[in-house]
Ligand binder design. Structure first.
Ligand SMILES: N[C@@H](CCC(=O)N[C@@H](CS)C(=O)NCC(=O)O)C(=O)O
Length: 223
C-alpha cells in the first residue's frame, strides 16, 4: 500500500495527518501543491480544493479529520481512546482544534487594532477552555499517551512560536497546563518533523503579506 500525503507547506491540517502517520511509523510520501494555482489533478482528488488529501494507492481521502480516523482505524498503535465515550469526546476536541485554527486565522487577518484585540481575546478564551479540561498529570491531552487530539494541537501551538518571535507574547500567561502541554508537544519528534526547516520564515512572510494589523506590527517589531 503506497501512501501519499498531498500537502501544502504551511497547512496545519496537513500537519495533523503527517503527525498521525509519523506516530504510526509508516512510510509515506509528500506531494506539495500550490494552492494559489491548483493543478487539475489536485481538483480531481480534492473535491473541496483543499489540502490535505491522502492517496492510498490510487484512492483519495479528503478532510484531515477523516484521514486521521482512517489511519487510526487501519494502523497501530491506536491513538484514539479504546473507550467509545472517550473516543467520541476526543473527536469533539479535534473539531474544537479546527475552531481554534479559524480563530487564529481571524487574528492574523484582523484588519485593524480593534479586530486584532477582539480575536486575540477569542484565542485566549479558547485556551482557557482547554486549561479547564486538561489533566493535572500530563504531559498530553488525556494524560500519558499521545492521542489524535495532540496531533491536532501540535500545529496549533506552532503558530505561537512564530507569533512570539514577532513580538506577540502573553497568550498563555495564566494557563500553566496549556503551557506544559505546548512544551510537551514541541519536543515530540512527530510534531517537529511535520514541517520543513523553512516553515517559520515562510509563515512569517505569509503573515507579512496579509496587509493586516499583525503584518504592520511585525514590520514595526523588526524595525
Ligand atoms: N476542513 C479541512 C480544512 C483544510 C483547509 O482549510 N486547507 C486549506 C489549507 S490549510 C486549503 O486547502 N485551502 C485552500 C482553499 O480553501 O482554496 C480539513 O480539515 O482538511
Amino acid at each position: 500500500m503506497q501512501l501519499t500525503l498531498i500537502s501544502h507547506t504551511l497547512c496545519p491540517y496537513v500537519q495533523r495527518a503527517a503527525i498521525v502517520l509519523a506516530e504510526k511509523e509508516v512510510a509515506f510520501e509528500r506531494r506539495y501543491v500550490d494552492l494559489a494555482h491548483k493543478p487539475d489533478w489536485f481538483k480531481t482528488v480534492s473535491p473541496l480544493g483543499k489540502t490535505p488529501v491522502l492517496m492510498v494507492d490510487n484512492d483519495a481521502i479528503f478532510e484531515s479529520a477523516v484521514i486521521c480516523e482512517y489511519l487510526d482505524d487501519t494502523l497501530l498503535p491506536r491513538l484514539h481512546p479504546a473507550d467509545a465515550l472517550k473516543r467520541a469526546q476526543h473527536r469533539g476536541w479535534m473539531e474544537f482544534g479546527s475552531g481554534v485554527l479559524s480563530t487564529i486565522a481571524a487574528f492574523y487577518n484582523a484588519p485593524d487594532a480593534a479586530a486584532f484585540a477582539r480575536h486575540r481575546g477569542d484565542i485566549q478564551r479558547r485556551f482557557a477552555q482547554l486549561e479547564a479540561v486538561l489533566p493535572e498529570q500530563g504531559p498530553y491531552f488525556s494524560g500519558a499517551s499521545f492521542s489524535v487530539v495532540d496531533a491536532v494541537f501540535g500545529p496549533v501551538f506552532r503558530y505561537f512560536d512564530v507569533l512570539e518571535s514577532a513580538g506577540g507574547t502573553g497568550f498563555f500567561d495564566e494557563l500553566p497546563k496549556v503551557r506544559a502541554w505546548r512544551a510537551a508537544l514541541a519536543v515530540r519528534p512527530s510534531v517537529q518533523q511535520a514541517v520543513g526547516s523553512g516553515y517559520a520564515a515562510e509563515l512569517c512572510s505569509f503573515f507579512l503579506a496579509r496587509g493586516s494589523e499583525l503584518s504592520r506590527r511585525i514590520t514595526g517589531h523588526e524595525r
